[in-house]
Design a protein around this ligand. Structure first.
Ligand code: GAR
Length: 193
């Protein structure tokens, strides 16, 4: 898809809101010699996001922005990303919607991971909705971000079987394990290594 020229790793910012388990798996992945990315910045909308602790531990710069005032701050975020020469944004459990303006103005690539088999179950409460509809399978999707929620071009998906006594929590856990594998694979696919 997007050819990586030479061996220079793409400078990447990860956007998070909570636990940061996808962030953790991406940090691990980025440290591999063959990984096409380095993680240079972490953005959070939530000052209490547990994932922020990974920034200090891994010596990655971080900044919390108040996304309630998104129109006022998006130029600030873009400026910070530019300063750090960020070429790729990975949304990883980021629960805010980026504005069309932000998406257009950011000149790099933006990816997202979503806990459903898109185009099914865009938005929130994906596991609960999949169970309520008696789905036999759920899963996760990595896709390019465009200005429509969870609607950009799909890069990779992983299916997960829903068991008989599945709860939304057990399904979330099962899907999360697959998310941690899928995001690195999707990044490799994007950079066509
Ligand atoms: C993940 O399941 C991710 O796919 C989902 O939130 C969880 C965050 O986990 N994201 C969304 O629902 C985005 N709309 P993490 O913070 O441990 O990576």
């Amino acid at each position: 898809m997007v050819k990586l020229i030479g061996y220079k790793k793409k400078k990447t910012a990860i956007f998070i809101s909570g636990a940061g388990s996808n962030l953790k798996s991406l940090i691990k992945f980025s440290k591999k010699k063959k990984s096409p990315i380095s993680i240079n910045f972490i953005v959070s909308d939530n000052p209490k996001a547990k994932g922020l602790m990974l920034a200090k531990k891994n010596k990655i710069k971080k900044k919390v922005f108040n996304f309630k005032k998104i129109h006022k701050i998006e130029n600030q975020i873009l400026a910070v990303l530019k300063k750090h020469e960020i070429e790729l944004i990975c949304l990883a459990g980021f629960m805010k919607i980026l504005s069309k303006n932000f998406i257009t103005k950011f000149k790099g690539i933006i990816l997202n991971i979503h806990p459903s088999l898109l185009p099914k179950y865009k938005g929130l409460n994906t596991h609960k909705r999949a169970l309520n509809n008696n789905e036999k399978y759920s899963g996760c999707t990595v896709h390019f971000v465009n200005s429509k929620l969870d609607s950009g071009r799909i890069i990779l998906q992983k299916k997960v079987k829903i068991s008989k006594n599945e709860t939304k929590d057990s399904l979330a856990k099962k899907v999360l394990v697959q998310e941690h594998r899928l995001y690195p694979k999707a990044i490799i696919k994007v950079f066509n290594l």
